[in-house]
Design a protein around this ligand. Structure first.
Ligand code: TRP
Ligand code: SF4
Length: 404
């Protein structure tokens, strides 16, 4: 039993869409890889989420799952430092989803922007389902089952994390108010010892009376150092300073990549739906062909016409891949018609293939060793399940469901 340090926990998932592309890599995966060295990371395949839109034909989910896991591993997600698992193998997600559904106002769900957008975009599909409406709630359950504080995601997912925050706050408000909360919190303060108790009280006052966020941070740090008080008391004290009840489900924060928008081959955001992607496993000749046919500044009809990089999707990719000297060369060459568009594309093709080569080598190794991939996931599922079980046991207690 016990509370976890949610600020140390990272969680994220992806729907199994098959092989990943450079948009996933630059937009999310690189972030995952960076975080795994600093935090306790949980990364999972959101296969139930895939069903919310693909319920009529689930046949591709299995293969897509394994392809995607291989791409994660090939890109550098390290199973030694991160926990990799599959959503549908952790039944606690479903249990928490059900419990949270009891307190989720319908209006909140209908207001999530992706709900209406998707329903309109995918008109040919019937998305007027209970499951699809519950998409953000399932995502909340994914996050809250691990009490993860940091959620590395793409910009399109921010609304879902905000929904999760609102839902967690509502949960804590409803179920964190055990009878006699204040008295118990006051008793817990005393258990920290005189000096710490005095410090805690003064920080609490500064935060509650002056809104001093630094005082809140200091108080959290102080609580983190406490060795001699129980986890239950600790949760009370975390909750008490913020004026609420006990914090059972901590509120997560979205965590965006530095490179929030990876341009695709046509200058729009790179996305499978736009057909403008370079896959992580595209071979060098495919990459070269895709880049060579990319549209350029429409003003450059002839080689001798000068162009403006800002109007060219190739420039968008250069900004991701090229260093200052190459960028200068492109800029000058383009605006003075000193270089042709194929010249301009050359270093880009090289840079992308250079980036992809080691990824593809590792992907091939994993392709040839499916047992290894399965055992990585088996292990991850076990670890994840232990963590989710702990949370659910606290959630059940808070909701009065721990009777036998
Ligand atoms: N909805 C996310 C996406 O489409 C995937 C996802 C499911 C997720 N559960 C999550 C991401 C929990 C972060 C945290 O990309
Ligand atoms: Fe685009 Fe490069 Fe051609 Fe300029 S030279 S239009 S930046 S491809």
């Amino acid at each position: 039993m016990g509370s976890v340090d949610s600020q140390q926990r990272v969680l994220s998932g992806m729907r199994p869409t098959g092989q990943l592309h450079l948009g996933h890599y630059h937009g999310v995966l690189k972030n995952w890889i960076k975080l795994q060295h600093e935090f306790e990371c949980f990364y999972f395949v959101a296969d139930w989420h895939a069903l919310t839109t693909q319920y009529e034909d689930p046949s591709r989910i299995e293969q897509s799952t394994w392809e995607m896991v291989i791409d994660w591993l090939a890109a550098g997600v390290n199973p030694g430092s991160s926990t990799l698992f599959i959503q549908s193998r952790i039944p606690e997600h479903a249990e928490l989803h059900l419990l949270l559904s009891m307190i989720a106002p319908l209006g909140w769900l209908e207001r999530v922007p992706s709900f209406k957008d998707h329903q309109e975009k995918l008109r040919e599909q019937d998305l007027a389902t209970y499951g699809f409406l519950g998409y953000p709630m399932l995502q909340s359950a994914d996050i809250l089952a691990y009490r993860a504080g940091r959620i590395p995601i793409g910009a399109d997912q921010v609304a879902h994390v905000e929904f999760t925050r609102d839902l967690a706050r509502r949960f804590n408000h409803l179920y964190g108010r055990e009878p006699g909360f204040e008295e118990q919190a006051e008793i817990a303060i005393v258990k920290m010892g005189k000096k710490n108790a005095r410090l805690y009280r003064s920080l609490k006052k500064r935060y509650q009376e002056d809104g001093d966020l630094e005082a809140l941070d200091t108080a959290r740090a102080l609580l983190k150092e406490q060795q001699n008080i129980s986890m239950g008391d600790l949760e009370r004290l975390y909750g008490y300073i913020e004026g609420g009840g006990k914090i059972i489900l901590p509120e997560p924060q979205p965590y965006l990549a530095d490179q929030p928008r990876m341009p695709g081959l046509d200058g729009q955001k790179m996305s499978r739906t736009y057909g403008n992607v370079i896959n992580l496993r595209d071979q060098p000749d495919t990459v070269s062909r895709k880049i060579k046919v990319m549209p350029t500044d429409p003003q450059r009809v002839r080689r001798t016409d000068p162009g403006e990089p800002e109007k060219c999707p190739v420039w968008g990719l250069h900004k991701v891949y090229s260093e200052a000297p190459t960028l200068d060369w492109v800029h000058t060459g383009c605006t003075t018609a000193g270089i042709g568009c194929l010249d301009c594309k050359g270093p880009l093709i090289e840079a992308i293939n250079e980036e992809l080569r080691p990824i593809q080598e590792r992907a091939a190794d994993y392709e040839n060793n499916p047992d290894l991939v399965h055992s990585i996931i088996d292990e991850g599922c076990e670890e994840a399940r232990d963590a989710a079980r702990e949370t659910l046991s606290e959630v059940r207690s808070a909701m009065g469901l721990n009777y036998r």
